[in-house]
Design a protein around this ligand. Structure first.
Ligand code: DGT
Ligand code: CA
Ligand code: CA
Ligand code: ZN
Length: 579
């Protein structure tokens, strides 16, 4: 029996959730499987190890029912319940749900009314104009389905950086404990902080590579060894991620780190510059183009750039999006760093769907070195997240003022909200309530698939409200499973600029929203940004670095991020907004 990876088990639960939804089961059952799957996907450890400790039910979102199913899957490789439900509803319907514009109700109708059960059959039927015969389906909705299928084909099987980075750090940490290892780094897309990762690339400096290769391929979290060579090995982890480890001599480490950090496009540009100097650059050295003789070995990346006559280019910029030209002109941006961040302006407590009290959240934030935070629980219409009625919101204000006083003068707790922008574009609290809050974040959580004009207008309505300070995770994407809303971002930016509304870079690695290029555009337009974790528990406060890296990928400078402000500066700004 093949060992099931965490990713395999998460997939079974996701499929069950989808099948139950197609069947029309209660949302709570569906959500239970979906949340369970998410927990497993994000898990930094192997499920079978947790099962062996008897601690499955201690995981968030894993109750008795799911724990039993995990056990059955781990011990037998199968699940009876899954067999029963896939006998009743074709499993292949699930892949249809990944198409934008196809929900569970439509999938069920394609199956029952037209006997279409696979994505391929759906595509053929749509292209042949066979869907428009169904009630409520026209040529336009048929075309949308074709567009959706094409978009889906462009997406690939990549892993969220939030899953890949902890796994990679863990492996690097273990390998660096070996006596032969002199130093090491994570390279590739992970070092550049791309939001999704194809595979993990790790480099280690050592003279004797064999013990490092051996330790790597025999790790307990390895599902399969894909290659085991003298200086390079590849494995697939139980979590379903491929990892490549390469061992190099110290003298050539700089060229290797530069090469394997990429991006490929950035490397191509570096090689062009080298060629102009009569040098050819590869992963191990600079050589003379004519003679092929190695002429410069680089132990550090800095030496690679120096040889090319360039200043050091931070990994987050290496995408060939203008960084080479900027480096040549001496114009590289002064990038924001994690050390510049003094506050977190978006977080949840037990008042809505968070797991810590206001006081606990404040303590955790202070421990991380922050100077001020804003508590922004969900608003009343978001029932599923226990959103606050106006009465409870006002009660919460008292509680927050109390904690703020208790925390002393070097730490400030402000009262805010993460308010729903409702489907019809109205806001969830009236202006006179918003006027009493220190900070108002407005976010879209529902009806994210509205047509472009409608959803853009909805967001702009919120931006225009003088009480709204920040738009939370503006585009509504989830990585890797949900595409952003179909927003006219030019119009959103124009409105944000006009009204001085801040746009968030949500640091949660499942969101990273705004993304790098939209953040960059916002900065160019003079729009201020916020980098917030949207924490629901203490550990989430550690996610800030993902947001900072996204900002760095977007060329963001510290002065354009309001979390770099000290408390007085933030309060002045809030006052200047007339609240
Ligand atoms: P990924 O794994 O798809 O998330 O993206 P990367 O950037 O980690 O790509 P990967 O793992 O295929 O290769 C790691 C780095 O190695 C890549 O960023 C640049 C370098 N590299 C790989 N193949 C080539 C190539 O054919 N030409 C050049 N110039 N560089 C390459
Ligand atoms: Ca890679
Ligand atoms: Ca690779
Ligand atoms: Zn939130």
């Amino acid at each position: 029996m093949a060992r099931l990876t965490n990713r395999d088990i998460a997939e079974v639960f996701e499929n069950i959730a989808d099948l139950l939804e197609i069947k029309g089961e209660s949302v709570f059952r569906v959500v239970a499987y979906r949340d369970g799957a998410q927990t497993i996907r994000d898990l930094p450890r192997d499920l079978s190890a947790i099962q062996a400790e008897g601690k499955l039910t201690e995981l968030p979102n894993i109750g008795e029912t799911l724990a039993e199913k995990i056990e059955e899957l781990l011990t037998t490789g199968e699940l009876n319940f899954y067999k029963r439900i896939t006998a009743e509803i074709p499993l292949s319907l699930v892949e249809m749900l990944r198409v934008n514009g196809v929900g569970p109700k439509k999938a069920k109708r394609f199956w029952q009314e037209l006997n279409i059960v696979t994505l391929a059959e759906l595509e053929v039927a749509a292209r042949e104009g066979k869907l428009r015969g169904m009630s409520g389906m026209g040529a336009k909705s048929e075309q949308k389905i074709i567009d959706g299928i094409e978009a889906l084909k462009r997406r690939t099987d990549r892993v969220s950086i939030g899953v890949a980075l902890p796994l990679a750090q863990n492996i690097l940490h273990d390998l660096l404990k070996l006596p032969q290892a002199q130093r090491g780094d994570i390279a590739g897309s992970l070092r550049r902080y791309k939001p999704t990762i194809g595979d993990v690339d790790i480099l280690i400096v050592a003279d004797d590579a064999a013990p490092i290769m051996q330790a790597f391929v025999t790790r307990s979290d390895v599902a399969r060894v894909l290659g085991h060579g003298p200086t390079k090995s590849s494995v697939e982890l139980l979590q379903g991620l491929q990892v490549d480890v390469r061992v190099l001599p110290a003298a050539r480490y700089g060229t290797a780190l530069s090469y394997f950090t990429g991006s490929k496009d950035h490397n191509v540009r570096l090689r062009e510059i080298a060629l102009k100097q009569g040098l050819s650059l590869n992963e191990s050295a600079f050589s003379n183009v004519e003679t092929g003789e190695e002429v410069v070995l680089c132990a550090t990346e800095e030496e690679v750039y120096t040889t090319l006559g360039l200043p050091y280019v931070p990994p987050e910029l290496r995408e060939d999006r203008g960084e080479i030209e900027a480096a040549q002109a001496g114009n590289l941006p002064h990038l924001i760093t994690l050390g510049d961040i003094r506050s977190d302006l978006h977080m949840h407590t037990t008042w809505s769907d968070g797991s810590l009290s206001i006081r606990e959240m404040a303590e955790a934030a202070r421990q991380r070195g922050l100077k001020h935070i804003v508590i922004t629980d969900h608003s009343r219409s978001l029932g599923i997240a226990n959103g606050l009625s106006i009465e409870r919101l006002m009660e919460q204000q008292q509680a927050i003022r109390q904690v703020d006083a208790e925390m002393g003068s070097d730490f400030t707790v402000l009262h805010g909200t993460e308010m729903e922008i409702k489907s019809d574009g109205t806001l969830d609290y009236p202006d006179e309530v918003l006027a009493q809050l220190d900070v108002v974040i407005a976010s879209l959580h529902t009806s994210l698939r509205q047509p472009r004009e409608e959803i853009t207008q909805r967001l702009i309505n919120a931006i225009r409200n003088p009480h709204v300070d920040i738009i939370g995770h503006p585009r509504g994407q989830l990585i890797p499973e949900r595409e952003p809303a179909d927003l006219d971002m030019d119009a959103v930016f124009a409105a944000a600029r006009e009204h001085g509304t801040v746009l968030e870079i949500n640091a949660n690695p499942h969101r990273l929203d705004l993304d790098d290029s939209h953040a960059r555009r916002a900065q160019e337009l003079g729009i201020k940004l916020a980098i917030n974790t949207d924490a629901h528990e203490a550990a989430n406060l550690e996610l800030t670095h993902y947001g900072v890296a996204t900002a760095r990928r977007g060329w963001i400078q510290p002065e354009n991020v309001i979390n770099t402000w000290d408390t007085g500066q933030l309060l002045d700004w809030l006052r200047s907004r007339g609240q």
